[in-house]
Each structure stands twice: as C-alpha cells, then as structure tokens.
Unconditional design. Structure first.
Lengths: 1093, 117
C-alpha cells in the first residue's frame, strides 16, 4: 500500500482520485473513500447519489485485464502485511473498521497505537495518516471551484444533460487551422485498419500513466481507404512512437503528412449514397439466393433490415432420405456441393407433394414453409442491409419480366413498374452520354427538345437543339433529364450489358426501350446460305435500354467466340454430358445438353470441345446420317433441321433457324430422324449393304463407326511430340506431350516421372538433331510418320481436293496433282481397303458387291445411296481416313490405265456422247435400273459432278443440294440460257414427273422463300410457255460435241461463253471463247451447255 | 472513458445515432451510452439499443485526447468521453429523442453527413 501511495505523490490530485476510485472496491481502504465523501458532501449535494451510481457502474464492469492485475496486487500486498494471521477476511473487516474509526477520529491518533496493533500495523497507519494529512494540505491549496469542476467532470457524466453545445457551430467553422495537430497517413496491412485503430486506442490507454504516454490525439480509418490509417499528432515522431510494436503497421513505408486542406475531406468521404426505397431493386450477395434479383418491400426504421420479395428456390427434388430424419436433412442441405434449385414461384401443391403437408402452413394469404413466408408465389424475407448489393444492380429485362409475370405465368394486375429501373438506369445514363450523342429532353422546361450533345460538364449537358424554333441554340439541361434518342432505322451498337458489342438496326423505340434487329444473326444467315436455300430471316430481336446504346457505323464485332469455344460447338461438360452451344453471352454460354436441358456454362466449366465431323449414325430408315445433313423428325413435332453434331451415334443436335427456342438448336435421337434430301435412291428393297457389312451394321447399332474413328484419331497433332520446356518453373526439362486442351498441354516429363500441365507457349519441339523449334512450326517428319498410320490427319488437311472443286471422283482427279490422283490406279485400292479394319474401308469390304452392282443396277444404286460411309466420306470431305484406302481409286482409276480392263468403267470414262449423257455403267439406258439417278438434290448441288454422267454418285452429296440453284443465281452465270435437264421430279412427285428428263434452258432464276426456282424453257416444245422449276430438280447438261457452246462454271474463266474446239482427253476439252481463237483446256465438269440458236 | 470493444472486427459493434460512439451492444445494455444516456435511455433496454444505435456505420476513430483533437472537434465529439467513435453513422435518432432535442432547443445533426454547412 505504501508503494501505491508513493505513486500518488507524483500525480495530480484529480488522477489521484480517479485511481483511488478504481481501487476502493477491492482495497480495504474503504474508509478513505468515506472520509473523502464527507468532504465532497460539503461541496456538492449530489455527490452521495452519484457515488452510488458510480459504484454500481463499477460492479457492472467487465473483469478487464487491468482490474485483474490490480486485484492480484492487492491480495499480494495483503498477504505480506498479514502474513501471520489465519483468517484473512476477518482481519480485513477489522482493519476497515479501525480505519474508519481512525479517520473519523482525526489527526490526534497518528502516533497512537491501535488496541490490537502490532509493529506493522502501526507503520501502516502512520503512512495512511500521513497521506491524509498531505492531501488535506493539497486540497486547501486548491481553488474550491476547481475541485468542483473536477468533480463534475468525474461524476457528472452519468447524469449530464445533453446540451449539444457543439451542434450549433457550422461545420465550416470547424475546419482545421494551423494550430491544430496534423494528420499523418500511415500505411497498414489491408484489412487490418480497424484492428490497428483499436490497438492504438488500447495502447494509448495502457501507456497513459507510464513514463512515456502516447502523445497522439486520435486515429481513424475509413472503409473506403483500404491499407491506410490516419493518426492525429503533432509530429511524425509521435506517430512513429505510437505505431512502434504494432503488427501490421508499416511506418517504414512512410508517415505522410496530410495537407491541411485535405484533412476535412478525409472525414467527409461518403460512400456512394446507397439508399434503399421500397420498390427498388437489389441483389442478394450471399447464400442460396446469391446474385438473385429482389425487390425491396419495406425497411426497418433504423435501416438495417430490409424486407425483400423475390423468386424462391425451393428444392423440389430433395434427397430421398431428407424426409426421414430432420437431422440428416440439415446435413444434406448445408453441403455446398448440392446444386441450388432453379428459381421457381412457390406453388403450394408442388411443395406439399414433395415435402409433405405438415411442412407448409397457411396463414391468411401467406404460406409458411421452412420458416419462410411465401406470398403470391414470391418469398418474402428480411435481409440485413450489408448482405445486399445496392449498386450496379442492373436488372435485366428478363428478370423483370419474370418478376412481373408472377406466379401463374399470366401478367400480374400490377406489373412491375419499369420506371423504377429506368430511374435507376438514368443515373448511370449520365455517365454514358458522350458529345455527339443524339438526345431528347424528356422532362422539365425544355421537355420535348432534342438535339446533339455539345459538351458535358458534370451534371449539366449542353445540347445544340435541332428543329423547332430554337434550332441551333445551345441549351443547358441537367443530364438526368435527357435520354439518348434513337429512331427506327438507326444503326446502333450496344455499349454495355449482356448484349454488349452487338450492333443492329433499330426497329422500334418505346421510351427508354429500344428494340433492334441484331446484325449478328443476319450475318449468320448470309454466312450459312450454302446449306440452305433461303430462309426467312428470323433474326433475334433484342431489346435494350437506350442508355446502353450508341449510334455506330460499324457492324458488330460481337463474335460468337468466347474463349476457345464458339457457337454451335459440341462441348463436353462432364463425363456423361455433352452439349451444343447455342448462344454465346459476354463471358458464358448457353448450352443445350443431350438431355435437352439448357445450362448456363462458363468457359472453364467446359472440359473440352468434341469433334463430331466424322461421326456417323443411322437414321430411322437405316441410312447413314452425318453432320450437315438436312433431316427431319419422323415423330413428334416433325421438326426439320440440319445436323450440327452427332453424339455417340445416338443423339443428334439439329439446328433450324425457324425455331426460336434455344437459338434453333434442338436435340433428338438419330433413330427418329429421316433424311430430308433423298439419298441416292430411296430404295427400300434392294440390298442394304449396311446389313451385309458387319462393321457398318455395327456402326448402325452401337455407333462404333463414328466414335471409333474419332477415338483413334489424335485430337491434336502435337500430342506425342518430344518437347523441351523453355520457360517457367520447369524450364529446361524434356518431356512428351500427352494431351492438349486448348492452349494447355499435359506434358510427361522425362525426369521425375511427372505429368505437368503447362502452357503450350512454353514448349518447344525438340528435333532429333537436338534443335528446338516452336510447336507452332510445322514438323514434317512428324506428319510423315503419321501418314503411315490410319489416322493420317495431317496431309489431308492441306491439299483439300474439294476446295479445288474438283471432286476426286471424277477422273479429273487423275489430272490434278492431288493425292487421289495417280496412286489409286496402281494401288489395289479396293482390295487393300477391304482388308484394313478401317471403318470406312468397311465399305470397301463391299467390293464384291460393288462390282456386282455395276452389272446389276439395283444393288449398286443401293450402295450408291450413301449407306456406306466411306463413300460420302471420300466424296465430300477431304477425309484422311478415306484417303489411303479409297484414294478414290476406283473412280479415278478411270484415268489410270490399270482400270479400263473393266468395261463398265471405261465406258463412262470415254467421252462419247452416249456415255456422257447417259452413263452406261449406271445403267442409265435402262431406266428401270436407273433408280439411283433420280436423286434430285444431289445432282443439283455439285456442279462439279454435274458433268459427271453418274447422277447416282453425285446424288450422295445431298447436303449441297442447293448449289446449282446458287450457281444459276451467280451474276456471272445468271441469264445465260444454260441448258439443263429435269431430274428427280418424278420421285418427288413434282408435276407427277411429267417433265422428268425434259431438257431445256434456264432464262432466269430467282430465290423464293424456301427454294430457288428457275424459268425453264423446254427445248422440245419451243413455243410452249416457260415453266417455273425448282432448281433442285435441275441438272446441268454438259456440252458433248465439238462446236457446242458452253459456259464455264468455275475457275479463272468462270462465266465465259466458250465453244468446244476439240477433245483433249478424258473429260477435258479444248475450248476457246466465242470469237477468240485462243484456246485453253478445261474440265468437262466445269462446263455447262448453252442454249445457242 | 467508454468501454473499448474487445474485438475490432466484430460485426455486432453498434454506433450511437446521436453521439456516434461505438460500443459492443453488451456495453450499451450495461452502461448505456456514455454521452447521451440521458436522452437515449438505453441502459438495460435492448429495444432502445436497437433503435438508438446501428451497425451501419463507416470509419472508426480512436479519440484519445478529445479536447485537443481536431478530429474530435470536427466530429463534434470533443466534449464526449474518450473512446471509439464512428466517422459516419447511417440513420436518424428515434422521433421521441428528436422531439426532446427540439424542445430543448438543440439542433439535431444526423451523423450521416447528409447536411454539411
């Protein structure tokens, strides 16, 4: 105790008192307090009462660290004092009583010994008395008024009247002056600002009465200034001292003085004022409803809780065990892995069905289910304000309409007021205004004025008015009262939002809502015209807020590509699921999976892109089905479409622009499809080669053909490459590429037996001679090695015979330096192929049938009908698989000397008129056998094969069925009186086939909605009126005699009117232009006969 | 001297709508507001605490020397006890308190910085 007293001596009396306050409860010197009380009584009448309250306060006080320490100290002291006494408590009370007596008694007892005092006691009491003495002296010296003030400060606070005396002073008078302490900015660890401010406070309190108290005046932190704390102090040194030893403070990074004029603004920083008003839109930040849009219904008085209304996500497929046991359910539902149920309006019947009647109770108009209330299908729930996102809510039209549609799908009687969103978006609209924008003033004095934005100065927009009487004048209007103005016909570009970067033509404008026709879809239409005749242009109409639009000259670069994936890609979502991208959004896709479900997928959720180019399946009739085929459903809605992808030979993803749903993509089973364009002849009788061929048959059933081929082919030619890592952690390591996905490669390192995933950019190919070269550089040896294997992907991709528009099939190949050309004749293509297990070759396996067919028309036609995959493969795609086995050898063989042995072949090679016009081997002269020929579509589309006197073969190429129509529409060729023959009309039932085989010339061709028709003038009845013939029934007639007039269909001489001068070999003519002696050679198939009088 | 909340991160911390002092709700319940208890009457009344204080505040000031500090003066807290104060407090005091202030002729200044003069 004496030690304490010593401390007191060096402190001023007020603090002295304070400390004693703290002590008096635990310490035995209650008496001193009392005695003091008597003094105070004289000074202040309220004291007694106040003290009581104070005591109470202290009793309530939490057992803080300080107090614990003090108590320990006391106890310790007491122990030393009364070390010889048994019962501490007894002594304590005694002591207290004694002391009370003592103090009441006054000074005269100083030297007296107490009745039962010992030596220690005497000393102690002497000390106490000395202290009292001293204090009295001090008190006397002080001004009484000052004491009163001190008291007031100490005790007055609990009952102090709130005066608000500071409130009258205007804020500007509180601006800091040079006499005020400065603010210092201190860098701290981001996220620890609050803790540091608290630490500084505690530190200041702790060190207050030490030799080195902190001399800072305050410290503060703002949430909007992360990583910084501001300390108010007279000098940087003081700040440094205060920050010393605190974790997370970086005084070494500079203690920066805040300029005096900036001090106030630090405290004035306002967060974007986020007010919630009933009716406004917010988003939920966390939990099951994360990101969901909600509408504010009410707000509690203090603005913390917000009543929201939004679309519930009720799990209608709870785990089976969920209903059994409440506990289990809880476990299941807390698991994060569980997918959140889709947004769906609350439906009493549905919920009761799944969760049982007990779970749902009804009160008035409101259902209660799992502690949530549901009204009109919406869930109504209170949220904390800080669990909500108030800014950048940007509700989309979709969401709003969903909201307004309400529970029953019908329009609500009180649809959501779009003006709220408009209001919210208007704020943002200011930000997107730019000089040059056409705007319209829609409120205020100038309402109705429109003009061009001249300049923008914060919230004031200067508009150069257009029209009316103030034309040309500049008007200042608040930015919020103008809106961008568009009129139908404007070409616009979306600046922000989901449809960003799309461009299009404005169709209609309603207030803030602009509907435009997207360019993107238009482009698609024109781009895809080779596969369709002519579709009605149903492009998606997009509605956006006008604030998001700008006038734009360019056509949207808005691509259909996000990441490595693009529209209509077949993508693998997980092991079981694949899907087709039918819509690309800004950074996500809408994918239709094979089960017909639509998913919103981020690029990273896609495992890989699948390639189904080589996939085949069989349709309902057992015919082969391939990607790009035009098909229709035989059941259900009988939807038509083009095959985008085939999955596992079972699912077909089709695309039809006419269908609005899912961007025209839908999924169906291959077995329920039938080909739209007849393939070959649609013989039902006849020999189905597929059945004869185990491989093909297998393919039809299990889909082994397509997938097998895919499985064997490497997806990337770099797989297997020997590489060296040239960058990154593994720099210098050698390895082998095991797999490639996008730009990432999985590399098996030679050392460490480790597989790493690494960016392809960091890999260089290691050549056998030890040199390195980038992966992107072609590596020939590699390709050659590959060539030996069946999946000789590489070379086939480059010299695409098809693009040269010379179908290899047609002898022409023999003359072009293409891979099909020469080798085939010499290679025993047929047999070879029949022996390889290549699925395509499986077709080759039919060789015997082949030959047979050439003699017996029927089976051949059947085979021709495209049931053998190989066929089409070769003719249509530059398929590497088909190449070695097929080599189109059979056909091209005609050019090689080896073949002519076969009379039937030679017959059609020979450019004899008979053969050309009616290909002998196709048994054209025997119409009965000619069943294969009338495959109208086929003939049309491939002008190359047109010359080919084998309609059956060209008939395979059904997917190009519109080609000839397009050729006729070609400006170079149109209106040139091309001679054609009507084919395939009988099968299709067009004019009952009356005009079948009629020859005539086309005077003009034009596109209608669904097809291209040509004005056909029959040759044999010149006087008869012309007939409109769909071009799919037209087949060009090739010139076959010297002096025939012809038109060049393709190549350098395209569109030239030539005259046949002499034959230059198989299928090639020397021709010259009409009045030009200079002759050049040209393929027969590139020519079409001209009607020349 | 106000009770300094033990945990700075606590989501429960509440700021008085009138004087902006930050305390743990427990402290408000035990001791009321150290500055304006006379008006707010929060002691022992959780209901009053919930209407007179809020968790929605921004910025924390450690007022160490209230009299000398310009920050405290700017915040009009220099006559108040030492403690933690909020820079900005969202919300208004209950109407009864506002009426009482008015009857005493005291100007009420909301602490949401909505009116600066």
């Amino acid at each position: 105790m004496s030690g304490l007293d010593d401390d007191y001596d060096i402190q001023d009396p007020i603090q002295h008192e304070n400390d004693e306050d703290d002590n008096e409860q635990q310490s035995p010197i209650r008496a001193s307090g009392k005695s003091r009380g008597s003094i105070y009584d004289a000074l202040d009448g309220e004291d007694e009462e106040e003290e009581d309250e104070d005591d109470e306060d202290e009793e309530d006080e939490e057992p803080g660290r300080d107090r614990g320490r003090k108590r320990a100290k006391h106890r310790h002291r007491r122990n030393t004092v009364n070390r010889f006494l048994d019962v501490e408590a007894e002594v304590d009370t005694e002591e207290e009583e004694e002391e009370e007596e003592d103090e009441a008694g006054g000074d005269e007892f100083i030297t007296d010994l107490g009745p039962e005092g010992d030596e220690d006691d005497v000393n102690r009491r002497a000390a106490v008395n000395a202290r009292l003495d001293r204090r009295e002296r001090e008190l006397n010296e002080q001004d009484l008024a000052k004491i009163a003030q001190g008291l007031h400060e100490r005790y007055g606070r609990a009952a102090v009247r709130y005066t608000g005396d500071m409130n009258e002073v205007p804020q500007r008078l509180l601006m800091p002056s040079v006499h005020d302490a400065s603010l210092w900015q201190v860098r701290v660890k981001p996220g620890r600002e609050r803790d540091i401010v608290f630490s500084l406070m505690r530190k200041a309190i702790d060190l207050e009465y030490t030799a080195q108290p902190l001399s800072i005046l305050s410290a503060f932190q703002r949430d909007s200034l992360p990583g910084m704390v501001y300390v108010e102090a007279r000098s940087a040194q003081q700040v440094n001292q205060a920050c010393k030893g605190l974790v997370g403070v970086y005084p070494s990074r500079g203690i920066v003085l805040v300029p005096i004029e900036e001090m106030a603004s630090l405290l004035q920083i306002k967060k974007q004022d986020l007010t919630v008003t009933p009716g406004s839109w917010v988003r939920i930040k966390r939990g099951k409803y994360q990101g969901d849009l909600a509408q504010v219904m009410d707000i509690t008085e203090n603005g913390e809780d917000v009543g929201l209304k939004f679309i519930p996500r009720i799990d209608l497929n709870p785990r089976d065990d969920a209903n059994v046991d409440g506990r289990k359910r809880k476990k299941a539902s807390t698991g994060l892995a569980t997918m959140r149920p889709p947004q769906r309006f609350f439906n009493y019947e549905e919920v009761v069905k799944v969760h049982g009647r007990k779970q749902v109770s009804k009160r008035n108009q409101v259902y209660v289910f799992q502690n949530d209330t549901y009204k009109d299908g919406f869930i109504e729930k209170d949220f904390k304000l800080n669990a909500l996102q108030l800014d950048n809510v940007n509700p989309t039209l979709d969401e709003i309409t969903k909201f307004s549609r309400g529970q029953d799908g019908a329009d609500n009687e009180n649809p959501v007021d779009l003006s709220i969103i408009a209001e919210a978006s208007r704020k943002a609209a200011i930000a997107v205004l730019q000089p040059g924008d056409h705007v319209e003033v829609f409120e205020g004095e100038q309402s109705g004025v429109y003009g061009v934005v001249d300049s923008i100065n914060q919230d004031v927009v200067t508009v150069t008015a257009i029209g009316v009487d103030i034309d040309g004048q500049k008007v200042d209007v608040p930015a919020r009262s103008v809106r961008k103005r568009f009129k139908p016909g404007d070409h616009v570009k979306v600046m922000t939002g989901q449809n960003a970067d799309e461009t299009g033509l404005v169709i209609s404008v309603t207030d803030n809502l602009v509907t435009f026709l997207s360019d993107m879809s238009l482009q698609e239409v024109s781009g895809a015209s080779s596969t369709v005749n002519s579709w009605i242009l149903i492009s998606s109409q997009v509605s956006v807020f006008s604030k998001d639009l700008r006038e734009a000259a360019e056509v949207g670069s808005g691509t259909n590509v996000v990441g490595n994936y693009e529209l209509h890609d077949l993508v693998q979502l997980d092991l079981q699921t694949v899907g087709v991208i039918f819509k690309t959004e800004r950074d996500s896709f809408r994918v239709l999976d094979q089960n017909g479900q639509v998913r919103l997928v981020q690029p990273h959720q896609i495992a890989m892109r699948r390639n189904s180019h080589r996939a085949i399946a069989t349709d309902s009739e057992g015919h082969e089905l391939r990607v790009q085929d035009n098909v229709k459903e035989i059941e259900g809605e009988a939807r038509k479409g083009r095959v985008l992808h085939i999955h596992q030979s079972f699912f077909a993803f089709l695309h039809n622009r006419d269908i609005l749903e899912n961007g025209g993509v839908f999924v169906t089973r291959c077995r329920s499809l039938s080909s739209l364009a007849p393939k070959g002849n649609l013989v039902k009788s006849g020999v189905d080669l597929g059945k004869m061929n185990p491989t093909a048959a297998g393919g039809a059933q299990g889909g082994m053909v397509g997938s097998g081929a895919m499985g064997r082919g490497p997806r990337d030619r770099d797989i297997g490459a020997v590489i060296t890592v040239v960058k990154g952690n593994h720099k210098g390591y050698n390895g082998i590429i095991k797999d490639i996905n996008g730009t990432l490669a999985r590399v098996e390192l030679n050392t460490g037996n480790k597989v790493i995933t690494i960016d392809k950019q960091k890999l260089y190919r290691r050549l056998p001679d030890g040199k390195l070269q980038p992966l992107s550089m072609p590596y020939h040896q590699h390709g050659q090695q590959r060539n030996m294997g069946p999946p000789a992907g590489v070379p086939s991709r480059t010299p695409n015979p098809y693009t040269a528009s010379r179908t290899p099939a047609w002898g022409s190949g023999g003359r072009t330096p293409n891979p099909f050309a020469s080798g085939d004749g010499k290679t025993p293509a047929w047999n070879a192929s029949s022996r390889t297990p290549n699925p395509y070759v499986a077709d080759g396996g039919k060789t015997p049938a082949w030959n047979a067919s050439s003699r017996t028309p029927n089976p051949y036609a059947g085979g021709d009908g495209g049931k053998t995959p190989a066929w089409n493969a070769s003719s249509r795609t530059p398929n590497p698989y088909s190449e070695p086995s097929w080599g189109s050898g059979g056909w091209g063989g005609s050019a090689s000397p080896a073949r002519p042995a076969d009379s039937s072949w030679s017959s059609w090679n020979a450019p004899t008129p008979a053969a050309a016009a009616t290909p002998g081997f196709l048994s054209a002269p025997t119409p009965a056998a000619y069943t294969g020929a009338p495959t109208p579509a086929g003939i049309m589309n491939d002008p190359g094969s047109m010359s080919a006197p084998t309609p059956g073969v060209s008939g395979n190429e059904d997917d190009h069925d519109s080609d000839f129509g397009l050729v006729l529409r070609d400006p170079l060729i149109a209106n040139k009186k091309v001679v054609v023959e009507i084919r395939g009309s009988a099968d299709a039932g067009w004019h009952d086939g009356d005009l079948e085989f009629k020859k005539g010339y086309v005077s003009s061709a034009f596109a209608t909605l669904s097809e291209i028709t040509a004005l056909f003038h029959a040759l044999d009845s010149p006087g008869s009126p012309p007939v409109h013939v769909p071009t799919i029934y037209l087949q060009p007639v090739q010139p076959d005699e010297v002096e025939d007039h012809a038109l060049v269909l393709r190549g350098n001489h395209k569109g030239k009117h030539v005259v046949l001068r002499e034959s230059a070999g198989h299928g090639v003519w020397k021709v010259s232009q009409f009045q030009d002696p200079e002759a050049f050679a040209i393929d027969e198939e590139s020519l079409v006969k001209l009607y020349h009088v | 001297m106000a009770a300094i909340p033990p945990q700075a991160r606590s989501k429960q911390l509440r700021a008085c709508l009138l004087c902006s002092i930050i305390q743990h709700p427990m402290d408000f319940r035990k001791n009321g507001c150290p500055n304006c208890e006379e008006l707010m009457q929060m002691k022992g009344s959780p209901d009053r605490i919930s209407v007179c204080t809020t968790t929605y505040f921004d910025g924390i000031i450690a007022v160490i020397d209230a009299e000398a500090s310009w920050v405290a003066r700017w915040q009009r807290t220099s006559k108040y006890v030492r403690g933690m104060y909020a820079v900005r407090v969202k919300g208004r005091i209950p109407e009864d308190v506002e009426a009482e202030l008015e009857s005493r002729g005291i100007k009420y200044r909301p602490r949401d910085q909505s009116d600066q003069d």
